[in-house]
Ligand binder design. Structure first.
Ligand SMILES: NC(=O)c1ccc[n+]([C@@H]2O[C@H](COP(=O)([O-])OP(=O)(O)OC[C@H]3O[C@@H](n4cnc5c(N)ncnc54)[C@H](O)[C@@H]3O)[C@@H](O)[C@H]2O)c1
Length: 335
């Protein structure tokens, strides 16, 4: 596979903008392509907004000079210049297939094409593509420029070399690559998030709690722990000296009790209102932009603290710093 000097993006909304900011910060040029010419101003704004957070996240690290961003509405131009293409068009299967087919036709076999899809399986997107072996799913998390997780999922026809090269590229831009063993709808993380969200909507529907109370139940308790260890390791510790087996014995039987639902409630106007009105009330007059800024400052601070303990996303940040230092040193050595 090619060395990635230019990242091609197709679809430059929330996720495309996040990929652009992360790659540019790591010295990679980006050619962004969107059907809507107005997205040029949007993506330039998104990159500018993300830059201070990225600078703060990597403060003290030998980051390379920033890459250059260009924009086009011409997919042929994007495809001809990109060494690696990340697809980020809306989550509609037919649209994604329609967008991917000509891109695969126009690009050489050594250009990896990766989809940011939140839920489609790579085999569904890969079927019929030219050189399907260089296609895979690289599912990121919003904001892509600060959340390091990328789920790498291969389809029936994806080559192992594609997975390895994609993982190497994503690590080179500071990401944690989770190699998903089996393609399933929703990959790993979104299935977990959706299960929780389903319960949230039931609680709203049954008038058990408001959006604020539901968020408090996460933020002050389990959510605080999850960034450090995740649910399984945390539950092992909660078993005390008896560890995981004791925890299972104590809380396993509760799984049989009807604490949670498996099916989502019907999305009536009432439940949508409760969700929208509740979250608006929680915002306390702050705009989405202001909330994003608070979220980003906290995401940076949390990761820098985790780095001191070499835990979770902090370990990814340490690995990224080591990679940058090795690269900077090897350049010095060659001079
Ligand atoms: N938003 C999230 O939290 C999130 C997280 C992870 C993954 N994803 C996935 O990323 C993808 C994009 O999501 P998003 O939230 O950025 O969507 P978005 O609506 O913000 O952006 C989509 C962009 O694609 C463009 N587009 C539409 N049709 C196009 C075409 N034919 N050619 C080129 N551009 C086209 C639109 O103009 C728009 O700018 C989806 O597959 C989604 O599931 C989203």
């Amino acid at each position: 596979m090619r060395e990635v000097k230019t990242l091609g993006l197709i679809g430059t909304g929330v996720i495309g903008g996040g990929w652009a900011a992360r790659a540019l910060h790591c010295g990679i040029d980006v050619i962004a392509c969107d059907i809507n010419p107005q997205m040029e101003a949007w993506i330039r704004g998104a990159v500018e907004t993300a830059a201070p957070s990225l600078d703060a996240l990597t403060e003290g690290m030998p980051t390379p000079p920033k890459g250059t961003l260009s924009f086009t509405t011409d997919v042929t131009e994007m495809a001809s210049k990109a060494d690696f293409i990340q697809e980020n068009v809306p989550e509609q299967l037919e649209l994604k297939q329609k967008v991917l087919a000509p891109i695969a036709e126009m690009t050489a076999a050594d250009v990896i094409i990766s989809s940011s899809t939140s839920g489609f399986m790579p085999s569904e997107l890969q079927e019929g593509l030219t050189h399907p072996e260089r296609f895979l799913v690289g599912h990121p998390f919003n904001p892509v420029y600060l959340c390091p997780l990328v789920e790498i999922v291969s389809g029936k026809e994806t080559a192992q070399a594609t997975k390895d090269a994609a993982a190497d590229f994503y690590q080179s831009i500071g990401m944690h690559t989770l190699m998903v063993r089996k393609e399933v709808p929703g990959h790993i993380s979104d299935r977990l998030q959706e299960a929780m969200w389903r319960e949230i909507l039931h609680s709203l529907n049954d008038d058990i709690a408001t959006t604020r109370e539901l968020d408090e139940s996460i933020v002050y308790g389990p959510g605080l722990r999850w960034a450090i260890m995740g649910m399984n390791q945390i539950y092992m510790i909660a078993g005390g000296d008896g560890g995981a087996r004791h925890f299972m014995k104590q809380f396993g039987p509760a799984l049989e009790w009807p604490w949670s639902y498996l099916k989502a409630p019907e999305l009536t106007d009432e439940i949508i209102d409760r969700f929208a009105d509740g979250t608006a009330e929680q915002a306390e007059g702050r705009s989405i932009r202001e909330l994003e800024q608070i979220r980003d400052e906290c995401l940076v601070a949390v990761q820098r603290v985790l780095a001191k303990h070499n835990m979770g996303a902090g370990q990814t940040l340490n690995n990224f710093e080591k990679r940058l230092r090795d690269k900077a040193n090897s350049k010095l050595y060659r001079k």
